[in-house]
Ligand binder design. Sequence first.
Ligand code: IVH
Length: 686
Amino acid sequence: MTAEQAQERIQALTSELERHTYYYYVLNQPEISDELFDQLLRELADLEAEYPWFASPDSPTQRVGSDLTKNFEQVKHKYPMLSLGNTYSIEEVADFHQRVCKLLENNEPEYICELKFDGLAISLSYENGRLKRAVTRGDGVKGDNVTNNIRTIKSIPLKLQGDFPNDFEIRGEILMPFSAFDALNKEREEVGEQPFANPRNAAAGSLKMQDPTEVAKRKLDGYMYFVVGDNLPFTNHLESLQQAKTWGFKISDFTKKCTSINEIFDYINYWDKERKTLPIATDGVVIKVNDFQQQKTLGFTAKSPRWAIAYKFKAESVSTPLLSVDFQVGRTGIVTPVANLQPVLLAGTIVKRASLHNADIISALDLHYGDWVFVEKGGEIIPKITGIDPNKRIETADFVKFITHCPECGTPLIREEGEAGFYCPNEWGCPPQQRGKLEHFIGRKMMDIDSLGEGKIEILYDNGLVKTAADLYKLTYDQLLGIEKTFEDENGNVRKVSFREKSTENILKGIEKSKSVPFERVLYSLGIRYVGETVAKTLAKHFKNIESLKKATFDELILVKDIGEKIAQSIIKWFQVEQNIILINELKNNDIKLEIQQNETEITSDILSGKIIVISGVFQHFSREEMKAAIENNGGKNASSISKKTSFIVAGDNMGPSKYQTAQELNIPIVAEDEFLQMIHLDHQS
Ligand code: IVH
């Protein structure tokens, strides 16, 4: 390829990928498969690596983020970022309308009603159609420059389409969709990290991370609602949103023009209920005067515009007496206080329990037994206690004290410096921790023993058959058959579960199958604090086997990409515990994969660069997927059918006769598996 051709191809790929990013992330209407998208992206990345001078700083390949930003620079907003007057009262919305009409000398204005997104405000500056800077609201005058992190959000255009002004700012909200929030919290809980309380906190926490590659994984989204600039080419707010949409921004489809106060009320009432069906968090409605001339007449107060108001939805709240507090011990030993409440109806469901989070929250509430507490369901999924009613306190009531010893095993609790939670350090002797470790071990992304589940693990544990993951591999058919457990279900009915022939066989089969789970997932399944799916993958790739990881020093660990001090310390600590060493030795004796397999190793070379390779038949050393990966890892391209362009065919056993015939006709060389291994220097491993 000549330099000129490369430049043309880079430009073509860039604009094509930009278009697909827009279709996928903004319109939610992907035109091509993820696979094809990744293929085009890889082609672009390869070309950019070869011809870096043709690579644009806004290239779609840059969206995964690369440079580490150590501290955020503070920048002054060109136009201050004002907030809005807030109200929870419909009457005050009517007052706002009266005020507006009066100031406009009884000219009834047109309003634009919008959803109030519950995330983090951002201001994006564009110059000549390119994203120049992204700054958080900060104190309204200056904010944090988070451009590198914002660049990783796929619905934020880096380069605009259509007819846009050369210099303007656009403001909006960065959000974490509920689905991403749930997945993130699940992951955090799995590795012993405190989950985020709500999607807003999760979005804010993500945007303030130092490593953009981590931000890229957080699946943030961005909705825009306000265009700012001098001499903008529109006369009202609705037009500005419609235009911004054509430039590539994600603008809510639920914006509505209202010409009377009753229409505004209808909009509010509709969305107060309907917002529960949205994929993102909203906490109210924003009502804006549409016409810019009228906005100008109305002007601003010191803090907010007079032409807009935010009506906030009321979080439903009820009060009910606190009956008792349970202290629950989780898989990682964290003790969570849970309030048992007199059952009460809240937002359509009966609430009996609410999390009290930690000791600090209990003190801050000054909580006493028997107190009437206010329970709310706001942005949070789990109801939360927001306060107490001091007038209803029983004088002799005792203060709720945080326990000092584990309620399950009696071990004194520990609180680490800087942490809000107490935890039980008896990780190998405390029943919920032992059970939790087993449940984690069999999980889908870990050892994937789906014939066992939480319930069955409990039965095995309660019958004294398993205490550690290694015990699973000692189970026999005779031990399992017929064991049973009687328990009370949610409705108070007594139920009995027992293992019959079929389920016993399935359990044993599932356990046996888990022996082929690759090392990276075994590592994840061990439940080392802070070692989640991604970290486990990184560690497995780097250290190759458990012995090298065990021997790794703190300094060696923190040199590995993405491994910080907290993770390194946790790994070192884990290997210092005798029971953990016993566990890995027993797992090893049971043929669990504690080292990376040769064909899992990603070999990156360009030996097959420019070659288009077709595979056919069954291979001895590779599955078909592994063979395709081996081709790509060495710079080749795998194609599914033979053509004149095919460089050669790698043939395993039972090569398809029609492929053989086509290869003969087109004179395409056929290479045996061993020959191929030699080619990519894997012959010594066969
Ligand atoms: S307009 C000068 N529109 O709510 C007016 N704000 O309480 C600029 N917000 O700081 C803001 N959704 O972070 C506007 N559709 C929307 C909004 C919205 C959420 C946030 C924004 C603002 C805060 C004010």
